[in-house]
Every structure is written in C-alpha cells, then in structure tokens.
Write a protein that binds this ligand. Sequence first.
Ligand SMILES: N[C@@H](CCC(=O)N[C@@H](CS)C(=O)NCC(=O)O)C(=O)O
Length: 211
Amino acid sequence: MLIVHHLNNSRSQRILWMLEELGLDYEIRRYRRNSDMSAPTELKAIHPLGKSPILEDMCEEGRQTIVVETGALCEYLVGRAGGRLGPDDATDPLLYRQFLHYAEGSVMPVLFALLVASKIPILGRTAAKRIQPMLDTHLDFIEEQLALRPWFAGDQITAADIMMSFPLEAARRRGREGNSRPATTAWLDSIHARLAYIIALEKGGPYAFAA
Ligand SMILES: N[C@@H](CCC(=O)N[C@@H](CS)C(=O)NCC(=O)O)C(=O)O
C-alpha cells in the first residue's frame, strides 16, 4: 500500500500525477501549509526533514519503506511499476537522467532564491535583478530542448517530464514566461490536458500552479 504525505500547493502534486499515470493504488494523507508557507510539524513525525512529498510503502510482509526527495520517489515508483515512465526505446536514457535531476538540482534553487528575494524589501529587488538572468538561462535552455522533441527525454512522456512540471509551472506563475517560449507553453498545455494530471489535481486539492 502506497501512502503519499501531501502538502497543499506543493511539489508533491507531481507524485499524485505520477501515480495516476501509472494507475497504482495509493492513499493521500493531507497536510496544510502554515501561514508562513512552512509545513506543519506533523510531517516531522513521518520523516525528520518534515518536507513534502514523503512516500510510505507498506509491503505485504508488513515492512515499511519511507522515501523522500521527489526525484528519488519518481525513480522508486518507476521501479515499482516495472520500468513504466522510465527510459525506453522511444527515449534517451541520458536525457532522462539529466532532466530527472535538473528540475530539483538546478532550476528549483534559482526559483527559490527569487522567492526569498521577493520577500525582502528594497535589497531583495537588487538581488532579484541578479538572479533573474540565471532563471532566464534555464528557461531558454529548456525552450531549446522542447523545440527539438515532444518530451524531455524523447518521443514518450517519462518521469523526467513529471519532475520538470513543477519548476516550469512555478516559473510560469511568476509571470515572466508569458508566451515568449512557445515550445514550453505547448508542453505545459499538453501536460495539463492529460487525464491523469486532471484526476491528480482533483484528488490533491488546492494547487495554484496549474493555470
Ligand atoms: N528537493 C525536495 C524539496 C522538498 C521541499 O522543500 N518541499 C516543500 C514543498 S514544495 C516543503 O515541504 N516545504 C515546507 C517547508 O519547507 O517547511 C524534494 O523535491 O522533495
């Protein structure tokens, strides 16, 4: 039995989407962010980092596995689903691995730095001016990549696309993306039209990034 410890408006929406794409049974335990956007302390009872997503896998033998880090969760689920949404004949394994890690390893830290800068009066604006070009470099690279093929790793959707959804949705929400990067916009529109994505959105509750 799979249990997703899910925080509203967060990265864990990706895991719900992935589970729907894979058609695996799962249960959602919901947590609401505090007013300062931090996670409630109850999450720390599940894992000391207290961040979402957390996946709990209760095996039939009663053994419990806890997985944290969205990318690791994706890889765990690919394994659990016999390789589905992992690299296959229609995709490049190296691109798959690269984008699976790139989302949290490179793009999210820049978006997070911009978020922090936006909370700091005056000096934050100066910091944001230095950080924004870093985000633009990533978004331009992503646009070039998506102009070459329909999905991040090739001709089929993979877990790498699921990983890339949150940073690209968050970047679009910042309002900087506009329509200036058409391949990225088309990719976002195509993931949002997927039935599994729509079902995951209904199940996950408040998520401000899908617009
Ligand atoms: N790199 C980690 C980041 C986990 C993370 O920061 N999750 C956020 C949700 S978007 C969170 O729990 N924030 C609340 C907090 O830090 O208190 C992952 O991808 O799982």
